[in-house]
Ligand binder design. Sequence first.
Ligand code: FMN
Length: 422
Amino acid sequence: MRNERLHIGFCLSATWLRGQAASPSDAGRDLPSWYGELACRAETACLDFVFKPDALFFHPAMCRGALALDGVDPTLLMAAIAAQTQRIGLVTTLSTTFVPPYVAARQLMSLHWLSQGRAGWNIVTALDGAANFGAQPMPDADKRYRKAAEMTALVRALWRSYPHEAIASGEGIRAVDHQGAFFQCQGPLNLPAYPLSEPVLMQAGASDTGRTFAASVAQATFAATPDMEAGIELCADLKHRARLQGRAPGDIRVLPGLHFFLGRTREEAHDRHRNAFAGIGVEQRLQSLYTAVGLDARALAPDARVDAALLPPAGTPVRSRTHAQLLRAFIARERPTLRELLERPELVGSAHWVAVGTAEDVADDVAAWFNARAMDGFVALPGGGAQSVDLFFAELVPELARRGLLRQRYSGRTLREHLMED
Ligand SMILES: Cc1cc2nc3c(=O)[nH]c(=O)nc-3n(C[C@H](O)[C@H](O)[C@H](O)COP(=O)(O)O)c2cc1C
């Protein structure tokens, strides 16, 4: 069954502050209130969840024009937000490459209890950070996915090792006795299962291996789809793969990031969009192109066409196969000039769908993607400063509700119920 309404998550990483002057007031920011207020606005809007991506490394360049405190641990943050909200889902990010399964299982089930069934786990295999765990170099992507599959199965086994009914009867608690290629774990977990349902699993990473993994376990995928073609292809493919694994197409919700720049007028929105990326110079964009697909384009003129023949052979090792595939597909399809290529969201952002305009313009884009089956909803990634966030809640959300695309009250209590609602 196709959902009739959008499933929307709101990203709490301060994406809207990128490209803005860093604020000295960050140092004294009241974090619980700052994040809590955003989560409450998302809850008033009846969104499915708030979400925070995560990285377990830090390059000093990352803090330029961003919230200095963005590195706050997302699971602890969600526990603080749980106390300030009642209905909205809380999706944290934990890396399967670095976090031990017993710790992950316990933290997630703790968040689930603390929020009364609203926890979600964004499962990431991570792109960097090995140096912080005595694990250099980063294992290759397929090895990371084998570890992710083993860890996810083990975490779920731990959640089931202490059934809820055992709280009363003391019966049914069992060891997991896991001896795998990556982990050994005896169990059981020291926390019983929450009664209504397990934490929701979300996944990010869309290589062939990543898609098979998502289709086997995830209730949602956080996707990077810079154009509608990419969304249609991913949606159809993930639902097909889910069917092959005995699941229904509606069991996995495809939620691309939507990086929006809203203005009261189109001019204002386009100014916000331009300003957000103005600080990213040509050198940095060329470096991103090299990192993404291994193409050194420094000698090319801005108006030279870039076509597939210029690319290194497919399969050349890259940082992220998801991002490399998106960019290779765009180059093969469009033969862009170098100037056009260097504007792409794969190079200046995180490869997310970008929408710029008034709330009505962006609502039109959202409706077009939904009608074309390019997504089941989206993860809101505001860009262009606090005014863009304000317009999201004050104008875009009500516009989507007016069009019948968004729930106007919660019918369920758990995140799983929100996501599975048609
Ligand atoms: C949309 C998207 C969001 C991601 N978010 C995170 C994240 O928050 N933290 C992280 O460590 N890795 C993140 N990743 C990286 C993935 O977990 C994965 O390591 C990477 O995409 C490589 O997988 P692939 O071979 O399937 O491309 C993200 C990837 C994508 C596509």
